[in-house]
Each structure stands twice: as structure tokens, then as C-alpha cells.
Design a binder for this molecule. Sequence first.
Ligand code: MLT
Length: 411
Amino acid sequence: MARINPHYKELQGSYLFSEIARRRTAFLKEHPDADIISLGIGDVTRPLPEAAASAMRAAVDDMTKAETFRGYGPEQGYDFLREAIARHDYQDRGIDIRADEVFVSDGSKCDVSNIQEIFSQDAVVAVQDPVYPVYVDTNVMAGRAGAYDKETNRYQGIVYLVCGRENGFKPALPERKVDLIYLCYPNNPTGMTLTRDELKRWVDYAKKNGSVILYDSAYEAYIREEGVPHSIYEIEGAREVAIEFRSFSKTAGFTGVRCAYTVVPRDLKAKDNDGNDVAIADLWNRRHTTKFNGVSYVTQRGAAALYTPEGKAQIAALVDYYMANAKLILDGLKSVGIEAYGGVNAPYIWLKTPEGIDSWAFFDKLLREAHIVGTPGVGFGQAGQGYFRLTAFGSRENTERAVERITKLGW
Ligand code: MLT
């Protein structure tokens, strides 16, 4: 009889957003007429920017003619897209990243999941707490997390970097030496950002300790304030220690289209068992070519069109739209005395549950009494207990209605 990967049994419960969907469905079964507003999973609601849509229509036409038909594309992405990314997202901003360091994929969730497999089994992993659960779960599946401690609700083999009110939701450097550090900025779920100096401390730590920073920058387009770093490569030395993940999902309405990219600079090296330096980009390329057959031509044409002047303007309008929602939520919560964070450089609002209600109890209260679905903070880790996340990705109308319902609840 075949045996399973035993580490799958170490996973706790179901995946956060599946559990939320399950509870929502159960509630709807009992209350079929409930007009539920979902501000839970960070899924976008605005349609595709027209620049991307028309480029995709034209690409479909290409696929219908023998002369322009495409089969498998390069696994790493077409040059036209890799070059557009390198130029517009990096070189034009004074950052040294080349097109051949950009790997196009079908989503950052897959990339941040898959990246760990090119590192050693005994690599010590550090995550922020609260954290996007995928970083933890994929390391559990890989057998890197150790036993789960039910007292602390944490894996013994993972180093948790607590981000709470007491440290402004900004983690301290690890007290022990770690090999892989997942950082996400603008942060999901807290919506916080780091200053250049704060990010530099991480780069310096990684250089000193031979660590690799896995920098999830999926929400970069939402940065509004001057001086907040958009890319870790703005920090000197980051090319030697960091991998950066970016996505078109939240920026350009691509959650259903699927396109993202990962930057692996040629200067980033790690050791093999004999102590030799190995370029991480070569390993990532090897993994990509073995396990992935590339993003569709049509999708990549759509993504490339986002870098045209029209595409850029349409993205800016999308981001403005969602950030106006964020402000509505933030102002609404504050108007009834609820402590809330984020929502300024990120599409997420992180609120402290009133009267110390625990996160799932708050979820149930909001669902039952206001028919609103959000995300319990504890679902992102133990340090998220007593917090709750709302997303700004709803429609304006639903956001306004949700804010009205929340503020009327009486706190
Ligand atoms: C979230 O709600 O945290 C995100 O939508 C999850 C994701 O991007 O996979």
C-alpha cells in the first residue's frame, strides 16, 4: 500500500480561506436570503484594464492564424514581457535587474510555495507572525517545520517574528541564525510597510548570516507614501541576498487570469553540501523548466500591455479605486472607536477586535449580525489573535454598505 507524505498530517486544520468559504456556505444554507458582503479573501472585483483586454483579444487572433500561432512558449516567459518588467519595474526606477533574472509564472502563491524546495531540508525558516499562511504550510509539507505545539499554536522548527502593536507591527531581527526569511511588504495581513533603513537592517542581517530573504511584494502598487521602498533591490547589497515576488493579480485584476513573476538575481548564491557557491537562479530555472510549461501567450500579451502608457494609467485608476475603499473602511472603523491599522499603503485594514473578542468570535459576530465576511487575524498566526482583516477589494457600493453595517452595530 502506498504511504502518504507524513508531513501532510502535521498541517493544522484546513487552508484559511477554504475554512472561511466553508463557514460562509454553511451560514448561507441556514439563511439563504442573507445579503452577504465579502471583504474576506483579497480577491479583486474591478474588471480587467482595457489595455490588457484588447492585447489579449489581439493575441487570441494571433493564435487563430497559422503564421502567428504559438505552442509552448519559453518556460521563463516571453522576452517581450521579461524585458518590459525589467525595464519598467526596475531599470526605469534606477534598479539593476536584467530581463534574464525575471521568471514569469502563473501566480505568486505558486512561486512563494515552490521556492522553498530548492533549499536544504534542514534550512531554518523565519516567518512574520501574523503571516500569509502559505509560507508556513508549504514548509510544513516539506517537513521543515517540526512538531506542532498545541500550547503555543506554533511549529517548533519555525522561527516566528512577532508583529504586534508593541513593535508597530514591524518584526525584530531573529535572535537565532536563520537561513530563509519570508518578508512581505506592503504586508499582508497588517498593511504595514518598512522604511528604507528598516529594510536595510534585514539585508545587512542576511549578508552577515548567509540567509536568503524571500521578499513578497505582491502589493507594491498600493504604496502611496513617499520614501517607502517599492522593491528590496532598492537596498544596496540586496541582489546578493534576496528573491522578490511580484504579481499582476492585485494590481491589474489578474486573480482569475493568472500571471506573476519572480526575480532571482545572478548574484544570489547559496552553498552546496561541499561548500561550493551555487547560483540560485540556475536552480530556479531548472525547477521552472522541469515543472512548468510557461504562462499562456495570450496572458503574457495582456500583462505586457500593462506597461504601455494606457495600461499604466488604467492600473493607477484601479489602485486609486481600491485605496478609496480602504480609506472608507479605515475612517468608518475609527469613527466608532475601533482601532485600525494599514489601509494607507496597502489594500488591507487590520483591526483590533473590540472588547478583546477573539478573532473567530468576531468573524461569527460580523457574519451573523452584519452579514459581512472578513478574515480572522488568528488565521494568519497566533500573534493575529484578537485582530481581524478587511480587504479594500470590494466594489465601492458593497464597501459603503459594509461600513454602514459595521458602524451601526454599536460598539
Ligand atoms: C489574501 O486574501 O490574503 C490573498 O488573496 C491570498 C492570495 O493572494 O492567495
